[in-house]
Design a protein around this ligand. Structure first.
Ligand SMILES: Nc1ncnc2c1ncn2[C@@H]1O[C@H](COP(=O)(O)OP(=O)(O)OP(=O)(O)O)[C@@H](O)[C@H]1O
Length: 260
């Protein structure tokens, strides 16, 4: 099976900093591919290139064989590629349901402005959008918060809301930038369970994450970056035994959540 997302020779320099050097990475559908590495390793830069936020100095990125470098976020979303951000991107004054609907409006045929004007022709589309958004809230356990302003939700609920919005548009590939940063162990476990359920729908995920317990628990493959260079790639078991990876993560195996 070919990879759904394919990154080849990705190279990024920021002034004197070599953020990424010749990165090759393949992420299949229906699998979780983790991208790990110490602070400054280049993980966010990699997903920023894929999602059109950063223009690389060299390299290619394709989704299902189609070149996607240079496309804007809404074009990528239409092709089935979506992402979440390290910092929350919820609209605080909108309620939870509207936060999910707004992403679907932006991608719909009528567009956001037409939907806001509630043109009659768009009523059916509007209904479908609302139903999809409600489905997402149920999937993420947020249905009780539907009418609540997003800013009133707990941090953990806001993180799940971001995932709900990203999944609402039926992506084929999702890039998640630190989905459990700042969450407690119970919330982390819950996000882990949800992203496995997303994968089981056949969606590919790229997971940038520092929580090694989560990474080793849910990932099908793990790629390790250090100083912009891919130093190892393999199953969680292989990565936990890789001497270079262990050297990179000073202190040995504890960070990998090996302690049962
Ligand atoms: N816009 C930018 N301008 C200049 N340097 C940048 C920029 N973005 C990232 N860098 C640098 O590129 C390198 C890679 O950063 P990046 O954020 O991709 O790392 P990361 O692995 O995601 O780190 P973290 O785990 O801390 O989020 C770092 O040295 C960083 O300081």
């Amino acid at each position: 099976m070919g990879a759904l997302l394919s990154i080849k020779g990705l190279t990024v320099r920021f002034g004197g900093v070599q953020a990424l050097s010749d990165l090759d990475l393949e992420a299949p559908a229906g699998a979780i591919t983790a991208l790990i590495g110490p602070n400054g390793a280049g993980k966010t830069t990699a997903i920023n290139c894929v999602s059109g936020v950063v223009t690389p100095d060299a390299g290619r990125v394709s989704l299902d064989g189609r070149e996607v470098l240079g496309l804007a976020g809404h074009q990528l979303a239409r092709l089935g590629l979506t992402r979440t951000f390290q910092n929350l991107q919820v609209f605080g004054l909108m309620n939870t349901l509207e936060n999910v609907m707004v992403g679907l409006h932006a991608a719909s045929r009528g567009g956001f402005a037409a939907a806001m004007l509630r043109l009659p022709l768009l009523r059916r589309e509007e209904k479908a959008i609302r139903e999809r958004a409600e489905e997402m809230l149920a999937f993420f356990g947020l249905e009780k918060a539907a009418a609540q302003p997003a800013e009133e939700l707990s941090y953990g609920d806001q993180k799940r809301l971001e995932l709900a919005r990203a999944l609402a548009g039926r992506p084929r590939m999702m890039l998640l930038d630190e989905p459990v940063a700042g969450l407690n162990p119970a919330e982390t476990l819950e996000i882990g369970r949800l992203i496995v359920k997303i994968k089981e729908q056949g969606i590919g995920l790229v997971l940038v994450e520092h929580d090694m317990g989560l990474v080793m628990h849910v990932s099908d493959q793990v790629a390790v970056l250090s100083g912009g260079v891919l130093i190892a790639q393999g199953t969680p078991e292989e990565i936990q035994q890789d001497p270079e990876v262990l050297r990179t993560y000073l202190g040995g195996g504890e960070e990998f959540g090996l302690v049962a």
